[in-house]
Design a binder for this molecule. Sequence first.
Ligand code: 5GP
Ligand code: MN
Length: 323
Amino acid sequence: MSAGAVAPVELAVADAAAVLDTAREVVLLAHVDPDADALGSALALGIALHRRGARVQVAFASPERVPESLAPLDALGLLVPPAEVNPAPQVLVSCDAADPGRLGSLGGLLDTAGRTVMLDHHATNPGFGDVRVLDPRAEATVVLAHRVLVAMGVPLDAEVARCLYAGLVTDTRGFRTAGPGAHRLAAELVEAGAEPAALTRALMDSHPFAWFEGLCAALERAVLEPSGLLYTTIPLADVRRYRSEEIDSVVDVLRTAVEAEVVASVMQVGERRWRVSLRSAGRVDVAAVAAALGGGGHRMAAGFTREGTEQEVLAAIRAALPA
Ligand code: 5GP
Ligand code: MN
């Protein structure tokens, strides 16, 4: 790039800010099974836009209820159920969704909205929406949401800062993968009122005691194969019994096994339907593995959902791993 040239992502940030600056009616979507990065991005932008007088709705297609640990991020009550979402908003913002399919049943709004803005940091994102703020170097989508807020000249307040910090601390797994820019942003967010101890406790470090039984069972079922694949399966009964916070945390325990090259948490979400979380120790690009199986994600953390029997899903994972 020649000296003085503006990176395409910076142009997209400016375009996104221009679209949102004049928007009177905005729907912001997080991906299905929303995490703190998806919902934090949507709510941070939503709160800022609401305070500027826009009519704002924040939504995700499924599940029905917001994960308990994320509910406090919705300080202004902007979340609405999918059925109440404006079917043809002036502006639609997609947050942290690696492809339109990740918006679930709300993906159709990409076609009915007046303008669409996409914010994401997944390398597997094919690009969609009128304005595409897509930066795989960003540690989290909240980093991009923050850039848009800066471009709009919005000052950070405690509620917005809390949403941004939530996405930043979780997507970097407690700043393990954060670069200098993300650390600087964290300092800014704490100065603006985000409370690290309270947020990390609620988002990453709390489970009901009853979960220990489910975790024990999941670890007892874990298998380490000679290829370096370490997996466990979580049956439908347990997926239904425990909160998503508990079920999603299993993969973080599995990944601590030093022998594992790739870990897979294989969660039964329907009789013949499986949601799989993949994590890499570094050598294997699990985004490529997940993409081959119909999903996507990042090099070190990815996922997919697939139909079949448990053995079929496991066989598909083995077949998709590099030799
Ligand atoms: P997790 O395992 O925590 O659900 O997801 C890990 C990463 O992979 C996240 O960045 C998430 O957005 C992405 N991911 C998970 N499932 C899917 C999927 O089905 N499709 C795509 N494109 N990305 C996914
Ligand atoms: Mn993310």
